[in-house]
Ligand binder design. Structure first.
Ligand SMILES: Nc1ncnc2c1ncn2[C@@H]1O[C@H](COP(=O)(O)OP(=O)(O)OP(=O)(O)O)[C@@H](O)[C@H]1O
Length: 247
């Protein structure tokens, strides 16, 4: 198993036109840590992830993932989106293996099957994506995201479109994959309970700056009905409500 890589942001500035989105943001994420990013709509969460993924470039500052300065998309870093983005004309197995380079077809399919087992979909390898539920499609997206053995996984509200029960089951799956695969994780979520369930540490963004950086030292697995869980979630939500709305 490869281990996660550390992430370092220094003085990252990003604007769209005249509008500042991120303002001199600095952040250190140690190897293997699970970080959640929360904050009001429009505060810059997705922009932050896109910068880390190398999908867009900062105006100023530096982003370093492992030993490399991020200047574009790299195989060590993968991103999972709210929509699974599967190819409808490929079956599940081909979707998981899609875009994998550097290994022959047999090894690619074997790895894809292993990952489908990890996400509980081994028996759906020959299925068309259109016949899967939303939660199953996100499982396929997770398996595909793990094909290149990423050492940093970026999750942009991956469970936002799922019902509450599926969402909790998927959180448990993500936690297990994180433990077993050992990647560093940065999760953007609108749900404070999701952040508390999964993260070692929660960053609250306010208008493109870090308003709070909160350690979540609770033992795992975390139970939502525990007093500490409820109190931590309420405190985080209270903190977010105190932040200013995005400009
Ligand atoms: N490509 C773009 N061009 C112009 N403006 C953009 C672009 N992408 C994002 N923005 C703007 O940047 C701001 C931050 O957007 P971002 O998606 O990062 O916020 P967010 O915190 O993820 O929001 P939400 O929680 O609603 O998803 C918003 O005002 C948005 O309109």
């Amino acid at each position: 198993m490869k281990s996660g890589i550390a992430l370092r942001l220094r003085g990252v500035v990003k604007s769209y036109g005249e509008r500042p989105i991120l303002r001199s943001l600095s952040l250190d994420v140690p190897s293997g840590q699970f970080v959640a990013v929360v904050g009001r709509s429009g505060c810059g969460k997705s922009t932050l992830l896109r910068l880390i993924a190398g999908l867009t470039a900062p105006d100023e500052g530096a982003i370093v993932a492992g030993d490399h300065r991020v200047t574009g998309v790299q195989p060590d870093v993968r991103m999972i989106f709210q929509e699974a983005r599967l190819l409808p004309w490929n079956d599940v197995l081909a979707n998981v293996g899609f875009g994998t380079t550097g290994i022959d077809a047999r090894a690619r399919d074997a790895r894809a099957r292993t990952l489908l087992e990890h996400v509980g979909l081994a028996d759906r390898a020959a299925e068309w994506p259109g016949r899967l539920s939303g939660g199953q499609r996100q499982r396929v997206a997770l398996a595909r995201g793990l094909m290149s053995e990423p050492r940093l996984l970026l999750l942009d509200e991956p469970l936002g479109a799922l019902d509450a029960l599926t969402r909790i089951e998927m959180q448990q799956l993500i936690e297990r994959l994180w433990r077993e695969h050992g990647f560093t994780a940065v999760l953007v979520t609108h749900e404070v309970q999701e952040a508390v369930a999964l993260a070692d540490r929660v960053i609250i963004l306010e208008n493109g700056s870090i308003a709070a950086d909160v350690a979540i030292p609770m033992p795992r697995p975390r139970m939502r009905e525990d007093g500490a869980f409820v109190a931590t979630s309420a405190a985080l939500l209270g903190h977010i409500l105190q932040t200013r709305p995005a400009l």
